[in-house]
Design a protein around this ligand. Structure first.
Ligand code: SF4
Ligand code: SF4
Ligand code: F3S
Length: 263
């Protein structure tokens, strides 16, 4: 049964592009979640307050609701503090403290789950994932760049409804969303099985919807639910839009992506 009291959520952004927050807002039921189940106490993009007000509110929530609040981290965390100071304080230190007092910690996006773009070689800011920052704290990883809204909301809902994190795989991702590769359920897979491939974007094979494997598609080694769940409550995905998968939910995808991204 749903608890009547709303759960405080503190959403901290480190080195990020805010795309994960943007994606989160695309869930059809996000309003109900925000208004009925949680109190979003801190989010750089969504909080009405700013400056001292919002920082003070965050501090009081972390203190008053120790062991009760859910911490969401978006973005990789730079070990070089000078790259991320908010209100004169190191965000790295703030996230460590917030993670230690949280009831649960969720990493939204490949930046917080794996390091993502900020940690791409040569990683000048020495950015790390939340799990690397606080190895002694359990973290549920929801990778993707960004993750699909329903995957983020679904993970959060599981925590709120069952009062426990969803079952995770050996890498820390919820099994219910990351159990299959993009390739296993890809709508172009029948062409892969028949050996029918696009040789270049826009060629005859591409226009016929053939498999994009020869164009560097990372679907066979990428665990995500975009081909089964689709984006924005529709059956659309990067592959249905004509792009090969760049493996956005996998570790180091910025350094290991298709060759066309590394020219
Ligand atoms: Fe932006 Fe992608 Fe990082 Fe999310 S995971 S903050 S969308 S770069
Ligand atoms: Fe697999 Fe990519 Fe081909 Fe889809 S387009 S079948 S994911 S290789
Ligand atoms: Fe990302 Fe590949 Fe899906 S790029 S959104 S995992 S098709």
């Amino acid at each position: 049964a749903l608890k009547k009291q709303r759960t405080p959520v503190v959403w901290m952004n480190a080195l990020d592009c805010t795309g994960c927050t943007e994606s989160f807002l695309r869930d059809a039921n996000v309003e109900k979640l925000l208004l009925n189940l949680i109190t979003l106490e801190y989010n750089e993009l969504l909080s009405a307050a700013s400056g001292y007000q919002i920082e003070q509110n965050k501090e009081s929530i972390l203190e008053k609701h120790k062991g009760e609040y859910i911490l969401i981290v978006e973005g990789a965390i730079p070990l070089k503090d000078e790259y991320l100071i908010i209100g004169g304080r190191s965000v790295r230190e703030e996230i460590i403290a917030a993670a230690k007092g949280a009831k649960a910690v969720i990493a939204f996006g490949s930046c917080s789950a794996w390091g993502g773009l900020p940690a791409a070689s040569p990683n000048p800011t020495e950015s790390v994932s939340i799990a690397e920052l606080v190895p002694d704290v359990p973290v549920v990883l929801v990778p993707g760049c960004p993750p699909i809204a329903e995957v983020m909301v679904g993970t959060l809902l599981h925590l709120l409804i069952y009062d426990t994190a969803p079952e995770i795989d050996r890498k820390g991702r919820p099994k219910m969303f990351y159990k299959q590769t993009v390739h296993q359920v890809c709508h172009r897979k029948p062409y892969f099985d028949q050996g029918l491939f696009a040789e270049s974007y826009g060629d005859e094979g591409d226009l016929k919807g053939y498999c994009l494997f020869k164009l560097g598609c990372k679907g066979p080694s990428t665990f995500n639910t975009c081909e089964s769940l689709g984006w924005n409550s529709m059956s659309c995905s990067p592959i249905s839009a004509g792009s090969s998968c760049i493996g956005c939910s996998e570790k180091n995808f910025w350094d290991k992506g298709p060759l066309c991204y590394r020219k």
